[in-house]
Write a new protein. Structure first.
Length: 440
């Protein structure tokens, strides 16, 4: 491991915790930020970075990714995924339990933590997955950001779609429950109705807005009944956003993905099954309502739902083509490009991709640029536009639904625990992230 004890970043445009911009310097020591000031002088031996013209943001915390290890490493693994994170300015991730074996008990969680400690270039946390039978594991496993429930869109043991079983989970314990909210009964019924259609665009009709709304309503009802901390993963419809706008208890949060903000059903025509994900892409109207809900604080933060599949898997005819698309490499640049186009501010993007996530999951000392916070940072270039190029992607799956999009705000340098892990196209393979802590 490299032993870079101290890093001095000079003349950066720094986004401060209140969203204000300050041109100045930042000093790190032993993994933490120790000083942020217009000008810093130091006598400690220090690596210096001249960041003139670049913007310094807290590193992105991506709270929903599928990194496929163990068991599905032909799609992605913790080394390739965390390199992709470093390139995308993502310094921490929260990973989902649908790996093989499923992450449904302490042993499987410990195995993932062990693998990540050896391989992950960025910081990591792992959800524990709910089945019909593992309530004791859900209550006791640690460290974990929370319990993941697939209410729909999942096969096998991880599917918990019966109200009685869901209620048993909501009724016991206090820790955060994160739901994939789609109604499986409605999906099953509609899948039969549309069985003869192999155009991938039918995916958005089968798993329609109503399927998402029904499940989100049920999760909200149970959360209200037990005052249970609830997080709604990848909210995708105008109807769910309107529902939350009317009634959102203080203990409920929601996230949206860049693809549900920026892509819609018109993508099937251009990229076919590469646009297939769960919950599916929606209409331009849904895009607009989701943006407004995000700006108004109805939706709290951004997650990518990075879910890589190989091109060969995606080349199968619908419905045999798997759902999911990669995201960690492009999310920050996509959101900063939207900000530069006037959709929102840079300060909002950094709030949605760092601070708001740290607060929602109780991750201490992360998500802001201030003394005492961990030195997880990203320096971005907001002056240059460059396209998303397939040959530059680090994710093992090797494709992006955003190929050819011309983006700004690409990471120039990414810093994890005070060490430069990504530097203008080069990944420093010797850096290792740490396990995240979660305050309950
Ligand atoms: O599209 C999706 N793919 N949505 C999910 O929730 C799971 C994911 C996957 O693991 O492939």
């Amino acid at each position: 491991m490299s032993s870079q004890k101290s890093l001095l970043i000079r003349r950066a445009r720094i986004i401060l915790p209140d969203g204000e911009l300050m041109v100045g310097d930042l000093l790190t020591r032993d993994r933490q930020i120790v000083e942020v000031a217009p000008q810093i002088s130091t006598t400690t031996p220090t690596t210096e970075v001249d960041a003139e013209g670049l913007t310094l943001l807290p590193g992105v915390i991506d709270p929903q990714v599928h990194f496929r290890e163990p068991g599905l490493e032909h799609k992605e693994d913790l080394a390739t995924a965390s390199r992709a994170c470093a390139k995308g300015g993502v310094t921490s991730f929260l990973e989902m339990p649908n790996t093989r074996p499923l992450t449904t008990n302490q042993q499987a969680l410990d195995d993932k933590l062990q693998r990540a400690s050896q391989k992950s270039l960025v910081n990591y946390g792992f959800f524990i997955g709910a089945t019909a039978e593992n309530l004791p594991d859900l209550l006791e496993a640690k460290p974990t950001p929370g319990i993941k429930i697939f209410m729909g869109s999942m096969h096998g043991q991880l599917l918990v779609d019966q109200e009685g079983l869901l209620e048993a989970i909501f009724a016991q314990g206090h820790r955060l429950i994160a739901v994939h909210a789609e109604d499986q009964a409605r999906i099953n019924q509609r899948r039969q109705e549309f069985a003869d259609i192999h155009d991938p665009a039918v995916h958005s009709q089968i798993q329609d807005n109503q399927a998402a709304l029904l499940a989100t309503k049920l999760a909200l009802k149970l959360s209200q009944k037990y005052q249970r901390r609830l997080h709604i993963l990848h909210l995708s419809t105008a109807e769910e956003a309107d529902l939350l706008r009317q009634e959102k208890p203080s203990w409920v949060t929601a996230e949206v993905t860049p693809q549900h903000l920026l892509l819609n059903t018109s993508a099937y025509e251009k990229i076919g099954t590469l646009a297939q994900m769960n919950p599916p892409l929606r209409s331009p109207h849904d895009n607009e309502v989701l943006w407004q809900a995000l700006r108004d604080g109805v939706i709290d933060f951004i997650a990518t739902d990075h879910a890589p599949h190989t091109l060969a898997e995606k080349a199968q005819a619908y419905p045999n083509s798997p759902s999911g698309m990669p995201g960690v490499e492009t999310s920050l640049a996509l959101m900063l490009t939207a900000a530069m186009a006037g959709q929102c501010t840079i300060a909002q993007v950094t709030h949605w991709m760092s601070k708001a996530v740290a607060v929602a999951y109780g991750i201490p000392n992360k998500g802001a640029i201030a003394p005492g916070y961990d030195a997880d940072l990203v320096l971005v270039d907001l002056q240059t536009y460059r396209p998303v190029l397939k040959e530059e992607l680090l994710t093992k799956c090797g494709w992006s639904p955003f190929e050819g999009w011309n983006l700004t705000g690409w990471a120039v340098k990414t810093i994890v625990g005070g060490e430069i892990v990504y530097d203008q196209g080069k990944v420093n393979e010797s850096v290792r992230g740490q396990a995240l802590n979660f305050l309950e």
